[in-house]
Design a protein around this ligand. Structure first.
Ligand SMILES: NC(=O)C1=CN([C@@H]2O[C@H](COP(=O)(O)OP(=O)(O)OC[C@H]3O[C@@H](n4cnc5c(N)ncnc54)[C@H](OP(=O)(O)O)[C@@H]3O)[C@@H](O)[C@H]2O)C=CC1
Ligand SMILES: N[C@@H](CC=O)C(=O)O
Length: 326
């Protein structure tokens, strides 16, 4: 029984979560995979920050050093933005590594290419953590909704936005104060503009769209609006009417095309997303056989996101290519 060598790209909220989860769930992973998982290297940007990792772990700013590690099998990618994440994932696949990513900005654009590349190289690409944090929506759709004809997906996909709206309504906090708390919890992106302007939810919706419908709407045609224009007065006024603002990402078939929008919507109590509170996300799927289902749970944060990445490892590793969520 050997060791599965893994590297972490990024050691922020998510990277540290994966590092700690691999250690705290060592036995469970071993039982599942038949081998211990060892994080042997961490890629970071700033070499001067102090890192809380074991002495045997290679900490580097040079991705080539990571690729050169003999017997490396798994790369967890948790850095920010399209590049260099995409190039690193492509190179890792070429080296024969399984790749597990949380990077939705990168995956929304390059997911198709990465999955094709992985298929050609006989490796697995896990991307559960890109969408809805810890909620197992990707593999549920890919493996449990293969026959249903899905007409529509409506979702809350940004934990930071939902958290802010909840704090404003329940605690009467102004927008900026609620955002600062979301940042302290590690929910918000390094640039929180992506969260509050709707771009983060847009990327996640495009990932879902490719998975569910086999394609994406024309990005330029998608209406994308964040929660940043909503004031405390707006939220309180809605509450008095028995309504709530929810930041809803919506994609549906429209004839032969796909339509999508990402924006704040006033919803009544009977709406499936009305009761989704705090950092939680939820994805409502309308299927031809199943009817309407809603999957809900923590949509951001250290351990929910690490959970999605670790479960990708447990579910995909050594069961290639059947487990790729294509
Ligand atoms: N936070 C969350 O709840 C979730 C985040 N995600 C996604 O996961 C990814 C990571 O998020 P998060 O951990 O919050 O982000 P952080 O900003 O906390 O951490 C980012 C990490 O990536 C490193 N990094 C950034 N750019 C580079 C680069 N060019 N080369 C090497 N290392 C780099 C940083 O290095 P350094 O430490 O030196 O600054 C840091 O360690 C993002 O793509 C995010 O969208 C997905 C789901 C949930
Ligand atoms: N910033 C994101 C993190 C998870 O994807 C969010 O708030 O949802």
């Amino acid at each position: 029984m050997g060791t599965i060598k893994a590297a972490l790209l990024g050691f922020g909220t998510v990277g540290q979560g994966v590092y700690e989860a691999v250690r705290s769930h060592r036995q469970q992973l071993k039982a599942r995979l038949g081998a211990e998982v060892e994080i042997v290297a961490v890629l970071i940007k700033n070499p001067y920050k102090k890192r809380d990792v074991g002495r045997s772990v290679l900490v580097t700013t040079d991705f080539e050093e990571i690729l050169a590690i003999p017997g490396l099998e798994v790369v967890f990618e948790a850095i920010v933005g399209e590049e260099p994440g995409f190039s690193y994932c492509m190179k890792a696949i070429e080296k024969g590594c399984h790749v597990i990513t949380a990077n939705k900005v990168m995956f929304a654009k390059y997911g198709e290419i990465l999955l094709e590349h992985a298929k050609a190289h006989g490796v697995y690409v896990g991307y559960e953590a890109t969408t809805a944090g810890g909620v197992p929506v990707i593999r549920t759709i890919a493996h449990q909704l293969q026959v249903n004809d899905i007409q529509r997906v409506q979702a809350i996909l940004n934990g930071t936005s939902n958290f802010i709206l909840t704090e404003m309504r329940e605690k009467h906090l102004p927008f900026e104060e609620a955002l600062a708390i979301a940042q302290q919890h590690g929910y918000a992106e390094a640039d929180p503009g992506n969260d509050i302007e709707g771009k983060d939810a847009f990327c996640k919706l495009m990932i879902l769209s490719r998975l569910v419908f086999g394609g994406q709407p024309d990005w330029k045609e998608v209406e994308v609006e964040g929660i940043n224009a909503l004031t405390l007065a707006d939220v309180e006024k809605a509450e008095k009417k028995g309504l709530r603002y929810k930041h809803i990402a919506d994609v549906y078939r429209y004839g032969d095309t796909l339509k999508a929008s990402v924006k704040p919507v006033l919803v009544p109590p009977e709406h499936a997303l009305y009761a989704i509170e705090g950092v939680n996300n939820a994805v409502t799927i309308y299927g031809s056989l199943i009817g309407k289902i809603t999957l809900a749970g923590p949509g951001a944060g250290k351990f929910p996101t690490a959970s999605a990445m670790i479960e990708d490892l447990a579910g995909g590793y050594r069961r290639i290519p059947q487990m790729n969520a294509i």
